[in-house]
Design a protein around this ligand. Structure first.
Ligand SMILES: NC(=O)c1ccc[n+]([C@@H]2O[C@H](COP(=O)([O-])OP(=O)(O)OC[C@H]3O[C@@H](n4cnc5c(N)ncnc54)[C@H](OP(=O)(O)O)[C@@H]3O)[C@@H](O)[C@H]2O)c1
Length: 264
């Protein structure tokens, strides 16, 4: 990697904090970036050796946002980047996934030295429901569909690996956990870890929209409903072999993540 810190866009977010932690634990200097710094993106990137680009969740125009960052990286002379995409980006029924497929294309044609990471949904997304007084896995889609749920700490480590080790330029890696699991499997694992019954329930999407989704921006709510309908039909099966290869060990399974997060 060219000398200079790794600029992490979205460093303060759910994903970014894990990327920063993994880089820092390897002794790599990090330049955290968010909206304030990116008001002047060329200045924000100048002097960085590489960049990890994380767009905010459900942004209305991710290709334009990330396209602007790519322009700024070129102008600032930062030669190396990795882009945080998603598993199954080309899923036209999900607008925020399709936006990532379009953004991947911009990244690959940027003229910069790129890597694309495509993580599945994070195990950590399910933690709030498991921290409730009556822990549960309640989601607005079928609880028996297959997912490659992945540990965010593993995703952060993979990001650090691709930016600090050789051989990852021009590579696209899907990042799934060690095995495919259903949400019912997650509830079973949580039940064992917590030592109490944990139910897995499909919440009607209309009930979700009128309840937790009611206060959301209508476009974001519609995009999430599209994602729930997709998950309801297909889940989001995602392979675990690339992540195993990057980490040099098996990715953490759901029970391991839950034990760590619950301190048991
Ligand atoms: N959740 C999952 O299971 C999952 C799985 C795969 C991929 N992803 C993807 O991961 C990405 C990050 O999700 P997340 O939940 O970690 O996000 P998050 O917690 O909402 O964090 C996003 C960060 O981006 C910064 N930000 C917001 N608007 C910005 C803007 N216009 N320009 C620059 N920075 C901006 C914010 O920092 P400041 O406040 O400092 O501006 C914030 O810390 C999303 O693109 C999502 O699709 C998520």
């Amino acid at each position: 990697m060219t000398p200079g810190p790794v600029a992490v866009v979205g460093a303060s977010g759910k994903t970014g904090t894990h990327v920063v932690e993994a880089l820092a634990s390897r002794g790599v200097p990090v330049r955290p970036l968010g909206r304030a710094e990116l008001a002047d993106p060329v200045a924000a990137f100048t002097g960085a050796g590489a960049a990890y680009l994380i767009a905010p969740n459900l942004h209305p125009d991710e290709p334009a946002l990330v396209g602007g960052w790519l322009d700024a990286l070129r102008t600032a002379g930062v030669p190396r980047l990795a882009y945080h995409s998603v598993a199954w980006p080309y899923a036209p029924a999900m607008p925020h996934h399709l936006a990532k497929a379009q953004t991947e294309d911009l990244v690959r044609r940027s003229g910069l030295a790129w890597t694309v990471l495509q993580p599945c949904a994070y195990v950590q997304n399910l933690l709030p429901g498991l921290a409730a007084e009556s822990p549960a896995v309640r989601v607005p889609y079928a609880v028996d569909r297959p997912f490659g749920l992945v540990d965010l700490a593993d995703v952060g480590e993979a990001a650090a690996v691709v930016l600090t080790e050789d051989g990852h330029v021009g590579a696209t890696y899907e990042l799934g956990g060690p095995t495919l699991v259903s949400l019912a499997d997650v509830a079973d694992a949580a039940s064992t870890v917590l030592g109490e019954p944990v139910v897995a329930e499909r919440l009607d999407p209309g009930t979700w929209a009128a309840g937790p989704g009611a206060a959301m921006d209508p476009r974001e709510r519609d995009w999430l409903l599209a994602m729930f309908a997709f998950y309801d039909a297909y889940g989001l099966p995602t392979g675990g072999v690339p992540l195993r290869a990057l980490l040099g060990r098996s990715p953490h399974d759901v029970a391991t993540v839950l034990r760590r997060e619950h301190g048991v």
